[in-house]
Structures are given as C-alpha cells and as structure tokens.
Design a binder for this molecule. Sequence first.
Ligand SMILES: [Zn+2]
Length: 281
Amino acid sequence: MGGRRTALAAAVLTVLLISCDRPSSDSAAEKETAATQVASESRERETTDARCAFPTEPETLRTDGSAVLLAWDFPDDAVYSQTVLPVDSAYRAYRTAIRADGADLKHPVSDQPTPQTDDEAELWRNEDINRDLAQTGEAGIIEQITCLDALLFAYQNSRVPQLTQPTEFLASVLRKEVAGQPRLVVVFGAGDEMFPPKTVYGFDVVDEYVAAGWRYSYALHNHTIQQNGERLALGTPALSSSDVQLMRNLVEGTGLESARVTNGFFTYSVSARELDRLRSR
Ligand SMILES: [Zn+2]
C-alpha cells in the first residue's frame, strides 16, 4: 500500500471514528426479545481460559504523547479464535458493570440521536441500514467475542478504563506460516482520548508485513459504551458508513480479508466480499 493510500485511509478513519458509535433504534418489542434471548445466551458463555493470554510483551513501535503503536509476534493457536475470555480482573469488572445494567445484549439498545439537518438524518439512515444488515446476518455476522479480540479489548481497558474513559483502539491482525508454524502478528494503536491519533494507526507497518508475505487477516476496532437512559449500553457491533469506506480502501490497497468491530462482549465480522452490501460514505 502506497503512501497516498495510507494517507487516504488515515483521513477516512478520522471521519469514521467520529461517527461510528451512534445509538441503535430498535422498537420496544425488539428490545424485549433481544434482551431475553441474548442475556441468557451470553451469561452461559462467560468462560475464561488461562491459555487465552499474550505469550509475550508487545514491542513498542512508536509513541505519540500517551498514544502507542505496539506489535506482538507469537505462534498462532486455536485458542485465539475460540470464544473464551482472558483472566483479567479489570475486563471482568467492565463486563460485570454491563451485565448489572442488563446491557449485555447482542443487539444493543441505546439512546437515539436527534438529527439536526437533512444530511444528518440521511447519515443516520445509512447507519441504521448497516446495523440492520449486521443484525440480520445479511452481511457479516455478530458473535461472541473471541479470545484474541477480548485480549485486545482488555489490553486497552487496562491502559484506559473503558467504563470511565471510553476510547477506541485499532488493531491489525496478520498471519503467516513461518518455518512450518503458523504465526500471528498484531499491530495495535490507541491513545487515552476517544480516538487514536493518526500516528498510531499502523497501516504503514501493515504494509511492510504484507510486502513480506503476511496475510492481512482482519482489522479490528471497538465501539465504546453508550447510554440507555440511566443505564449503560454496549457500542453497536456494526460498521459505520465511514468504517465501510476505510475497510474497502484496505481491501483494495492491502488485501484486507475481513473487518471486525467489537464492544467487549460481541464482535461483528464481515468479509471483504460482503462489504459491498453495506452503505459507505
Ligand atoms: Zn467504527
């Protein structure tokens, strides 16, 4: 991926990060159904596994104030793709707070924005379409968070507590067989403000790995907690229209295979091919 494309992707991310955490708009009946079905489902799946851990400390590639760009390089293992959670007290506290508000919903319910202009109304309509395509499974799928994604969420939560200071991170997961063994590289950028600075997006690092024969398996970012009246609500597990634009650029420029959005409980995953079904800016 060339410098121009990296710059474009960075510019797009700035836009997407501003708009990707919009609330959802389920009807009251849908809210009830979702709450009943998913709350019990996710409680049953609260399984920690001591093998779900980073085997090494990350290498610090870059810092920008309190923001960091980090990379891990370690042997791949089946556990990283399984729906088990790391043993992490701060992450458990986050999940406990969400559950205490009855907010551990596969289809989160949160306060509605009030569009101020026709353009805003049109934007929210597009976000609703993307959310609905995610929730119905017409484009991509929403599933329990996997070990690796939970590790990344928990890592950022340990840096900056997500309940009191919501922040977004951006991670790129690359895979390659090295000397007959599958390996994982994870490039992770985050700060302590809501959105990471462009300096830690890490797409330039991804470019270097891809040039060295690594597959760009997926790009993950998180959607932070919202409000549902007095209660907490999970971030929407779906791609915003700006997210879609960025991910399409990464597919074209770097061979990105799939895009993911997590809220610490559930992760939306959509393949490069299915991105065409989603609304883009
Ligand atoms: Zn987003």
